[in-house]
Design a protein around this ligand. Structure first.
Ligand SMILES: [Zn+2]
Length: 118
């Protein structure tokens, strides 16, 4: 393989899309030609750096999405809390009052009659 041919195959090599027969000739040339090796090395490093940057950008995007989801869930939770909490306390309070009245009744204290309601 000549330098020209090697350069023409570099993209395919870096993309891992090279037939075995060409790969052999390509590697043979790369090993024996410092100029082509250097070019390959440079292109390889650029590709890896771009991969890393892409991964990082994707990760960052995922984290941003996670944060948005989290904030949405919290907002929903706060809305539910605002709606249900007063109702919950009203039910608990009513239950406790009924319990107290019931206990006093059992002990012969007629709370309602104390207030003239019976
Ligand atoms: Zn060469």
């Amino acid at each position: 393989m000549t330098c020209e041919e090697t350069k023409a195959h570099m993209k395919a090599y870096l993309a891992d899309k090279m037939p075995a027969r060409e790969l052999e000739a390509f590697l043979e040339h790369i090993r024996s030609c410092p100029a082509c090796y250097e070019e390959l090395e440079t292109n390889y490093i650029i590709e890896r750096v771009l991969d890393i940057l892409n991964d990082k950008a994707k990760e960052e995007y995922d984290f941003r999405e996670q944060l948005q989801d989290r904030m949405e869930e919290q907002a929903e939770w706060l809305t539910k809390r605002r709606v249900y909490r007063p109702a919950y306390f009203a039910v608990v309070t009513a239950f406790v009052l009924m319990l107290i009245v019931g206990i006093l009744e059992l002990q012969g204290i007629h709370l309602l009659s104390l207030f003239g309601l019976e």
